[in-house]
Design a protein around this ligand. Structure first.
Ligand code: GUN
Ligand code: ZN
Length: 426
């Protein structure tokens, strides 16, 4: 049966970083028709009511209808330890992250946190995520089981580390290869699930392990590969000591076959010119994690400079280094980071990053992250007056972006009125 939802429909027919705010279109009295998990029509509400007289209709009034948010870099196992006080990255990883990740050897605990994680993200309007797990295959199964139950397009892979972590959190080059291969064969392409080859980062992998991951990627080139790159100066210094043969941080990956289109690098704040040139040359993706970068004190991502180089850039919470499950809060943080660099982002650019930008970073922009005919029907409905503070700030709005921006800056899960996954209301 056709599901017709009505409201102010936001879609993109271009890239607002290239074409400006005109790349976005808002149909004020618009609608979206969803049939069999797909968006089959969009347009003026009156027309759609006529064309689909049998449809089940829900009128959301002045609410904004958008593609669901896409969080392109998260660590679902860090759900329960989000907002843990720490000094800097390595200290924070050792104090909170690694002890928590040890617990995922227990499949019941992994299932409990995976379920909790998806409940939290869905209530925040996030319909797709790309997640790290832990070294335990059980943590990957838990993630995909819960994603599959909810019908979500989801990405994840076994996090591989063979040094500089507690004993219970170490694999080996061979076991990392074997486990990753088995999990890839089990989950990749099943329903809406994709396996992502996931060496955690160069400080916790030997060159031998990175090479094993490179070999696995070479044999499975339609998988994405995700890892971390140049998040903090101390980390980069440590990478130099651990990988003395490498020209720079990126080279630790490049030398082992872990650079290419389909590589997704989290953070990428303190890059050298050579690294930027190589990333641009191969068409790699970067993921900006602004709440995390401020929370762990990492630095200010150069959105303007890197987008200008043609790199695919996604937006992400980096749960639990990030301090929120909300992509609205994450857009606000991206705005603030850009302001600190003197390069403000337009609300259309922020919204694009949280939908199409992240989809492009994951090479999924033809399937998710936009409202258009033929796209998968992951759709959210946003109340643009969800709190008294936001409501009063929108009263003077003369343009759609003036009425959306207070929700970007001050909104949270209370703004999420409805979430549709594959055309089904959650
Ligand atoms: N670098 C390697 N692992 C992590 C992690 O779990 N969180 C963040 N923010 N950075 C990392
Ligand atoms: Zn991360």
């Amino acid at each position: 049966m056709a599901e017709l939802i009505l409201g102010q429909v936001l879609s993109f027919h271009g890239d607002p970083f290239i074409e400006g705010a005109d790349a976005a279109k808002v149909e004020t009295n618009g609608g979206v028709v969803m049939i069999g998990g797909e968006i089959t029509a969009t347009g003026p509400a009156d027309q759609l009511r006529k064309d689909y007289p049998q449809a089940h209709v829900t009128d959301y009034g002045r609410a904004l209808i958008s593609a669901g948010f896409i969080d392109s870099h998260v660590h679902y196992p860090q759900t329960a330890m989000i907002a843990s006080w720490g000094k800097r990255l390595i200290d924070w990883l050792n104090t909170y992250t690694f002890p928590e990740e040890m617990r995922f050897a227990d499949p019941d605990y992994a299932a409990e946190i995976a379920a909790r994680y998806f409940d939290l993200t869905l209530s925040n309007g996030t319909t797709s995520v790309c997640s790290y797990t832990t070294i335990h295959p059980e943590s990957v199964d838990a993630f995909f089981n819960e994603a599959q139950k909810r019908g979500l397009r989801s990405y994840a892979g076994k996090t591989c580390m063979d040094r500089n972590a507690p004993k219970g959190l170490l694999d080996t080059p061979q076991s990392a290869y074997d486990d990753s291969k088995r999990l890839l064969e089990k989950w990749h392409g099943v329903d809406r699930l994709s396996y992502v080859i996931t060496p955690r980062f160069s400080p916790t992998s030997t060159p031998e392990q990175l090479a094993a991951m490179g070999a696995l990627w070479r044999d499975n080139p339609d998988c994405l590969m995700q890892t971390h790159l140049s998040e903090q100066p101390d980390e980069i210094e440590w990478v130099k000591q651990l990988h003395p043969q490498s020209r720079d941080y990126l080279d630790t990956y490049e030398a082992q076959g872990l650079l290419g289109m389909g590589a997704v690098y989290g953070h990428a704040i303190h890059l050298t010119e050579r690294e930027i040139d190589r990333l641009a040359e191969v068409g790699a993706s970067l993921v900006h994690c602004p709440t995390s970068n401020m929370f762990i004190g990492s630095g200010l991502f150069d959105m303007e400079g890197l987008v200008a180089r043609g790199l695919r850039v996604g937006l992400a919470t980096d749960t639990g280094g990030g301090s929120s499950f909300s992509m609205l809060r994450t857009m606000a943080a991206a705005y603030e980071v850009a302001q600190l660099r003197g390069t403000p982002l337009h609300p259309s650019q922020l919204w694009w990053l949280a939908t199409q930008g992240s989809a492009r970073a994951l090479h999924a922009e033809k399937k998710i992250g936009n409202i258009a005919k033929g796209m998968e029907a992951d759709v959210i409905v946003i109340d643009l007056a969800s709190t008294p503070a936001i409501e009063q700030a929108t009263r003077r709005a003369e343009t759609i972006w003036q009425s959306v921006f207070p929700t970007i800056m001050m909104g949270d899960d209370r703004a999420i009125k409805a979430v549709y996954v594959g055309g089904q209301r959650r």
